[in-house]
Design a protein around this ligand. Structure first.
Ligand code: SF4
Length: 299
C-alpha cells in the first residue's frame, strides 16, 4: 500500500536538495529521501511532504471534558481526530501507539477530506472539532484546513498540544483555534531535555502567545510523575509562572501518570500526591484546579 504524501507548508530549501522544516521548534534539516524527527514529514526530491494529511489514525466523538477542557462549552461533544507521529520524544508517552507509529505500520488508512470531517462532526451533533491524541503540530496543514472548514460551518476548534510549535506556524494556526489545552510536561529544562528531548522555555512562550490572542480559551495540563517532576519547588515555580503570566483564573489540570512506553520505573502517581498538589494550588489562589486519571478526583 503506497503512502499518499501532500505538499507541506512551513519549510525552505537549504541547497543540495536538503530542506529545513520550519513547522516546529526542532527545525529539522532533512536530506533527500529522509524524514524529520516526527517521522511524518519527508523530503522527496528536494520538496517537503506531509505523510498524514487526510489520514486520521483516530476519530472519535468525545465529551469536551475528556480533552481535558472543563470551562469551554461544558457538557458538549467534540469530534476528535489525531494522526500518527510526534515532534517530542517523551519516554513516558501515554499515547505511543499513535505518536511512535510510522504511517507504513498503520496502512491502509482511509482518506477523510476536511469537509468530510466537518460533515461527520455535524452529523454526530458535536459543537467543536479537536486536534488531539497525537501532537497536532505534526499534522498542522490538515488541522489548518479542517479548522477553516469547521469555522465556516459554525463549529469551534480545539487544540490539545505540547506547545512545541514554531512561532511562524502558530501565528497562522492559532487564530483559527478557539480553545487549547497545552501540556506543560514538567517545570524544568532538565526534565524536558532528559525525558522529552525538548526544552521548556519555548513551550512557555507558546502558552503566553496563545493567551495574548483575543477571545481564546486556555487550560493547562501537567502529568505528574513521582520522583521526576513532582518536587514541591518545581510545582511552586510552575504556579509562580502561571500566576504571573496567565493569572489565577486559568484552569490548571494535574493528572496521574501510569507506567507506559519506555519509562516504567516510577510508580503510578498516588492519588494522595495529586490531591496534595491540587490543594496547594488552590491555597496559592488558583480558582480552577482539576485532577485527572484517578478514580475519585474530588479533593
Ligand atoms: S514538524 Fe517534524 S520534520 Fe518538522 S521540524 Fe518538527 S519534528 Fe522536524
Amino acid at each position: 500500500m503506497a503512502l499518499h504524501p501532500s505538499p507541506a507548508r512551513w519549510w525552505q530549501s537549504e541547497g543540495g536538495r536538503c530542506v529545513r522544516c520550519r513547522l516546529c521548534l526542532r527545525q529539522c534539516l532533512i536530506a533527500p529521501g529522509k524524514r524529520g524527527f516526527c517521522g511524518v514529514r519527508e523530503n522527496r526530491d528536494g520538496s517537503l511532504y506531509t505523510l498524514v494529511y487526510g489520514y486520521p489514525a483516530a476519530l472519535q466523538n468525545d465529551p469536551i471534558e475528556k480533552k481535558p477542557l472543563y470551562h469551554f462549552l461544558p457538557g458538549t461533544r467534540v469530534f476528535s481526530l489525531g494522526t500518527l507521529g510526534c515532534n517530542l520524544g517523551c519516554v513516558f508517552c501515554q499515547n505511543n501507539t499513535l505518536s511512535a507509529t510510522s504511517p507504513e505500520e498503520e496502512m491502509p488508512l482511509r482518506f477523510f477530506s476536511p469537509e468530510e470531517l466537518v460533515r461527520l462532526a455535524l452529523r454526530e451533533g458535536c459543537r467543536s472539532v479537536a486536534y488531539t491524541y497525537n501532537e497536532p503540530t505534526v499534522f498542522a496543514e490538515y488541522a489548518f484546513d479542517t479548522a477553516l472548514a469547521a469555522r465556516r460551518a459554525g463549529l469551534k476548534n480545539v487544540l490539545v498540544t505540547n506547545g512545541f510549535i514554531s512561532h511562524e506556524a502558530a501565528a497562522e494556526l492559532f487564530p483559527l483555534i478557539d480553545a487549547a489545552n497545552v501540556d506543560m510536561k514538567g517545570f524544568s529544562e532538565d526534565f524536558y531535555r532528559s525525558m522529552c528531548r525538548a526544552s521548556l522555555a519555548p513551550v512557555l512562550e507558546t502558552i503566553r502567545f496563545f493567551h495574548t490572542l483575543p477571545g481564546k480559551h486556555l487550560e493547562l495540563t501537567n502529568l505528574v510523575i513521582p520522583g521526576k517532576n513532582d518536587a514541591p519547588e518545581l510545582i511552586d515555580a510552575y504556579l509562580d509562572w502561571a500566576g504571573e503570566n496567565l493569572g489565577f483564573e486559568v484552569p490548571l489540570h494535574f493528572s496521574a501518570y501510569h507506567p507506559a512506553y519506555k519509562f516504567r520505573s516510577a510508580p503510578p502517581t498516588p492519588p494522595a500526591l495529586l490531591k496534595a498538589i491540587g490543594r496547594h494550588a488552590r491555597e496559592r489562589g488558583f480558582r480552577y484546579i482539576h485532577l485527572g486519571n484517578i478514580p475519585d478526583p474530588d479533593f
